[in-house]
Design a protein around this ligand. Sequence first.
Ligand code: IMP
Ligand code: MG
Length: 184
Amino acid sequence: MPDTPEKNELTHLIDERALARRVEELAREIAAKSQGVDELVVIGLLKGAFVFMADLVRALSRCGVRQRLGFIHARSYGSGTISSGEVRLGRDLDLDVTGRTVLLLDDIQDTGHTLSVATRYLEQAGAARVMTAVLLDKPSRRELPIQPDHVGFEVPDRFVVGYGIDYGESYRYLPYIAMLADDA
Ligand code: IMP
Ligand code: MG
């Protein structure tokens, strides 16, 4: 086996079992709020939400929620671990959301700019209702007064990785959430 560099640089924060349990709970909360919706349109923000989305949509299916899935590419410009607040969306939504109930997913909410811009985009595209869910929330860093409808876990103001979340495109594949060491 090659050396795993993450060993020295990472501190575990949320393990696989806790993630799986919380995703099932989120699915039940969201299913309860989706009653009467014939088919939920679930939109994931790439790339970070892809693992969370893969687990959540299957958990929603176990709760009996029919879905249609789509993705939007979102980039928050900044350097290193600091978000700039400037968000660009790849306008490549491949689903018609007109009149639909949409569930927008992101990996982590930090300043709030990404979720705010993406919500506005879906509303302008004609969505009747946009619900938001994030796996992680760093409320201490919020710059906009917005709160996701569903939050998996609150995390401290530290840079986190794993379960889809990256640092410079590394670590997305980790099955758990970890904090990056300050000197990594
Ligand atoms: P916001 O627009 O500042 O709310 O930031 C949201 C985006 O910043 C998320 O979609 C993540 O891609 C990224 N981000 C924020 N905090 C972290 C972190 O701790 N680790 C990795 N990415 C993060
Ligand atoms: Mg992101």
